[in-house]
Design a protein around this ligand. Structure first.
Ligand code: 5GP
Ligand code: ZN
Length: 138
């Protein structure tokens, strides 16, 4: 738990209500309060971390097990034709709640949700970026 108020830690503690669909020792999943599509679920580790950059391996491995389990349940429970698994890390990437979480979003053909568009590399850029990232690996 951080010094600041964390809304997801409060949900985990039961201090504020949520429409919980799954809970185990390490994770909890509840409906997003402003769903992209109905049945949009957030899967949240009980151990507080900010996002992918400070979460422990011991937090992320069981989290992904829960994500897969809940993805099956969201698909079956909503009749979704597909599922997006999404994670925002830091405000530049759209993170608004700074407690690690994964979005499970039910999708339907022609549901009107527009995904972001890719842009091709210009000459030489792709290899340059690959080298920069490879060099930065810890
Ligand atoms: P982020 O942009 O940080 O990845 O997403 C945070 C998500 O948490 C948003 O989609 C938002 O709707 C959801 N959210 C924020 N506050 C609450 C809350 O109090 N309860 C629930 N169930 N969802 C919340
Ligand atoms: Zn928290």
């Amino acid at each position: 738990m951080t010094e600041e108020r964390c809304i997801f830690c409060e949900i985990i503690a039961g201090a504020i209500p949520a429409a919980v669909v799954y809970e185990d020792e390490e994770s909890i999943a509840f409906l997003d309060i402003t769903p992209i599509n109905q049945g949009h679920v957030l899967v949240v580790p009980k151990h507080h971390s900010r996002n992918i950059f400070d979460a422990r391996h011991e937090t992320l491995a069981p989290l992904m097990r829960s994500v897969q389990k809940i993805a099956h349940a969201v698909r079956a429970g909503t009749g979704a034709e597909g599922i997006n698994i999404h994670m925002n890390n830091e405000s530049a990437a759209g993170q608004a709640v700074f407690h690690t979480h994964i979005h499970i979003i039910p999708r339907f053909h022609e549901d009107g949700i527009v995904m972001w568009k890719g842009h091709p590399y210009s000459d030489g850029e792709m290899q340059k970026l690959a080298t920069q990232i490879k060099t930065a690996l810890l």
